[in-house]
Design a protein. Sequence first.
Length: 257
Amino acid sequence: MTTEYTAAEMMTVTAARALGNGSTCFVGIGLPSEAANLARLTHAPDVVLIYESGTLQTKPEVLPLSIGDGELCETALTTVSVPEMFRYWLQGGKVDVGFLGTAQIDRYCNLNTTLIGDYTAPKVRLPGGGGAPEIATNAGEIFITLKHSKRTFVSEVDFVTTLGFGRDGKGRDGVPNIGKGPTRVITDLCVMRPDPDTKELVVVSLHPGVSAEQVQEATGWEIRFAETLETTDAPSENELTVLRELKDRTDRHHAGE
């Protein structure tokens, strides 16, 4: 009997699987944190999770509300200053993967977490970049997780907070000492990778039960599909059990139970 799961669970499990055991990962709050900790609790027990607040080899029992959540310091091997975190660990090339989320993304993986609308008169002001711009340009590679909709997948982001490959796909050309940039985008519908030459996003895998038409309908430009489309493996019973227990613990903890 096939275990039932939600689209959100499919996305989190797929993102978690992308992390290799023993890799060092700079984790963002929200979906990236959920996926990174699921990886740590399943197939990648030796993954090293680093949060922007300076916590190294963090092993939270519950998902943090922010980078300032005490759960991170309490469960970390050690905590260093933020300047050391960025200048030594991140800019020193000691981070293999950066896990990021965003409010908007375009075909060249540029991310916007600054504002929606015109810069001088925005409709919405967002939290800003935080450490994401530095993570995106210094980590070995970047994984992006987000829910798929035309509101998020736009033809051009309103503001480039975090560099993907620039407005024309050439933003990283000829720039020394910079990571690979985004290597995969994982949503609740599919998995995408940048084209090796143009850097434009290409759908390489559809999640079970998702059609190419659904992905196109949720994308704000004419999305490209790989010639041979794969089907993402469904979550296992163990992955779902661990994920649901993690989220249940988190809900009870933050409710004060």
